[in-house]
Design a binder for this molecule. Structure first.
Ligand code: IPE
Ligand code: IPE
Ligand code: MG
Length: 249
């Protein structure tokens, strides 16, 4: 990752200690709408604005990878009308943001069971990924139809096939080899996981990858999440003592 833009001067951030990879569980769109007696879909629409703001802030701050949990494998169990609306929004977001991503040097990547997405969304994804493939300032990684357990099972299946074909000896199955079979193979593990809307759970997100990730949960509902709060959370992250099982000294 080179040619980082100069950090904006609205913060006293220590830019050397920023996480390379931030993952976010964008939760609370439905509750945001409910509080206002609006349809849940309105919450998802407002949530898309927060996505734009946080993508822009991440890129300006110099974060290399931003992974956003936008739709889980479990979310397929929601009412069809909500799923349909989310898919329309997703496609609209991809089409409308393409220019902005290109302009800002952001490469789009997607992880999850993408073949379950409607054809139109798959097409928009392919097009946006292809048109941003040359970009190197940041990776925007969308988790779509994503579940951590299905991802792990997919890796196990692939590895089992390699062993059966005699291409791999079971003793060669290391953490690095396993990671190489995940959707995130090209992406380092996140140093920081943020969840909005206060729920104290990981909801099947990046189960393997968050083994030593710092977790920060805010009660703010996703549509209300701002650049300012994001920066505040990054400051909190910087004050954490990451020991990785060792002692302080
Ligand atoms: C997160 O908001 C967006 C998706 C899961 C797609 P929710 O829709 O889960 O909102 P709440 O949790 O019901 O408030
Ligand atoms: C997690 O939120 C999934 C996404 C943000 C895409 P959910 O609202 O689906 O998770 P639960 O139901 O609170 O676990
Ligand atoms: Mg939710």
């Amino acid at each position: 990752m080179n040619s980082k833009p100069a950090p904006s001067n609205d913060t006293q951030q220590d830019f050397s200690a920023l996480p390379k990879h931030v993952a976010i569980i964008m939760d609370g769109n439905g509750r945001w709408a409910k509080k206002r007696l609006l349809n849940r879909i309105k919450g998802h629409e407002k949530g898309a604005d927060a996505v734009r703001a946080i993508v822009e802030a991440s890129r300006e701050l110099g974060i290399s990878y931003l992974t956003l949990y936008a739709f889980s494998t479990e979310n397929w169990q929601r009412p069809q009308a909500e799923i349909d609306a989310l898919m329309v929004l997703l496609k609209r977001f991809l089409m409308s943001e393409q220019k902005e991503l290109i302009k800002n040097g952001i490469r789009l990547n997607a992880v999850g069971e993408l073949d379950r997405l409607p054809d139109g969304v798959q097409e928009a994804l392919r097009e946006t990924m292809a048109s941003t493939v040359q970009n190197h300032d940041m990776v925007l990684n969308l988790a779509l139809s994503y579940g951590g357990r299905p991802e792990i099972l997919k890796a196990v299946r692939e590895i089992a096939h390699e062993v059966r074909r005699g291409e791999l000896n079971p003793d060669q199955i290391t953490e690095a080899l396993f990671s190489d079979h995940l959707y995130t193979r090209q992406i380092p593990d996140p140093e920081l996981l943020i969840r909005t809307s206060g729920e104290m759970r990981v909801s099947n997100f990046l189960l393997w990858q968050i083994a030593y990730t710092e977790l920060i949960i805010t009660p703010t509902l996703w549509p209300d999440f701002t650049r300012e709060e994001f920066i505040e959370i990054l400051r909190t992250y910087q004050q954490r003592d990451r020991r990785f099982g060792r002692t302080d000294d």
